[in-house]
Design a protein around this ligand. Structure first.
Ligand SMILES: [Fe+2]
Length: 386
């Protein structure tokens, strides 16, 4: 997260005496990544964050891979994932490899009885339906339809929903999630040609200090297991913090599309990058304005990466019969392209209202048991002429 942010009270100098009104010391914690070599924050707790009261038996949440190797265009009906009351129960991994897990979730209830920490993956939570508040020790972020919530590994959080009707598209990335390097200058600032800027970021605000002791359940995810910990102090007992490691949000509706006279390639839609995949936002935009331009995409051989599209809203110009919440996976190794008739139909059109999230992983994705349950098995035949 290449921006500095601070909330609450912090001492003038790091690693110095910082006292509470009663004369006791606040507990300083360095939250660092990649050893001490990447982004970090300094957090000041009312109590040391180390008071473990109990560790209960861990339980497995490792995705159950059902189709490890394949070479078939695949479509999943994402909204057929059944809602579940609990947030963690509701998360259903559908496409996975060792670099990322893509899950769908339709949680009905807010997280009130426990807190959650993913200790080894950054999470991108895309809010397709629903609204509410992301609560963390770093502050709160109000979210709504179209928001990406970026929750770096190690951040303890709760999601509080306004209603039971929520649809989330969640990516766990085992390498850090960043804004694209080519859009950042040598100081880390997003440059003028970037499709969004720091002003568009939803930073945590309204820090609430919970100076509370008791029993606080934190479910910690590591290596495919969930470890239920009971701590003796409230995890949101920050009195202040500063640094670069914290959750933030960004609305897909604030992504400013880059357009041209001729068809622009997918990298113009890039929003985030990691060492192992990129994430792009396809947003409503004006079409190409060369008088002979073909707005529909060309056929494409993605020789060495898979392509995942998650359809959010609007008409998708190159596809027939696309539903909200649908996922398509076009694997590397075979070409894919517009559906029959869509190229001709696109000529002369001036704009699109499509909204979609694309992920290009650099290594093949596997399908889980949950994915096969919502698969449209005949999708690969959908390019046949009727
Ligand atoms: Fe493609």
């Amino acid at each position: 997260m290449p921006i500095y942010h601070t909330l609450g009270k912090i001492p003038a100098k790091r690693h110095t005496v910082f006292r509470k009104p009663d004369g006791g010391l606040y507990a300083e914690e360095l939250v660092s990544t990649h050893g001490f070599s990447s982004t970090y924050s300094l957090v000041y707790h009312c109590h040391p964050p180390t008071l473990v009261k109990q560790i209960s038996e861990p339980y497995a949440v490792q995705p159950k891979v059902a189709r490890e190797k394949h070479l078939k265009h695949t479509s999943l009906k994402g909204f057929n994932i059944a809602p579940a009351d609990d947030f963690l129960d509701s998360r259903k991994p559908v496409l996975v490899n060792n670099d990322l897990h893509i899950s769908l979730a339709a949680p009905r209830h807010s997280m009130t009885g426990y807190f959650y920490k993913n200790s080894q993956a950054d999470e991108i939570v895309f809010v397709h339906e629903g609204s509410g508040v992301l609560k963390t020790g770093y502050g709160q972020i109000r979210f709504e339809y179209g928001d990406y919530l970026l929750i770096p590994r190690g951040v303890i959080y709760q999601l509080h929903f306004d209603t039971p009707d929520n649809r989330l598209f969640i990516v766990e990335s085992f390498s850090p999630v960043r804004t694209p390097k080519r859009y950042r200058n040598e100081h880390g600032q997003l440059m003028e040609h970037a499709p969004f800027c720091e002003r568009d970021m939803k930073l945590p605000r309204d820090l609430e200090t919970h100076d509370e002791q008791g029993d606080f359940k934190i479910v910690i995810k590591k290596e495919g297991l969930m470890y239920p910990y009971t701590y003796g102090t409230h995890p949101f007992d920050f009195v202040g913090w500063d640094g670069y490691h914290f959750p933030w949000g960004f609305s897909i509706h604030n992504f400013e599309p880059i357009t041209g006279r001729l068809h622009q390639p997918p990298p113009v839609h890039q929003t985030f990058e990691t060492d192992h995949f990129v994430l792009c936002s396809f947003c409503p935009r004006m079409y190409d304005y060369h008088p002979q331009s073909i707005p529909a995409p060309y056929n494409h051989s993605n020789v060495d990466s898979d392509e995942v599209l998650y359809y959010v809203d609007g008409d998708f110009m190159s596809r027939k019969s696309v539903e909200r919440g649908q996922i398509t996976l076009h694997p590397g190794g075979i070409p894919h392209g517009p559906h029959p008739g869509t190229v001709e139909k696109s000529i002369g059109q001036t704009k699109t209202d499509e909204l979609a999230v694309m992920i290009d992983p650099f290594r093949p994705l596997m399908l889980t048991e949950e994915a096969l349950e919502i698969e449209d098995r005949d999708y690969y035949k959908s390019w046949q002429i009727d």
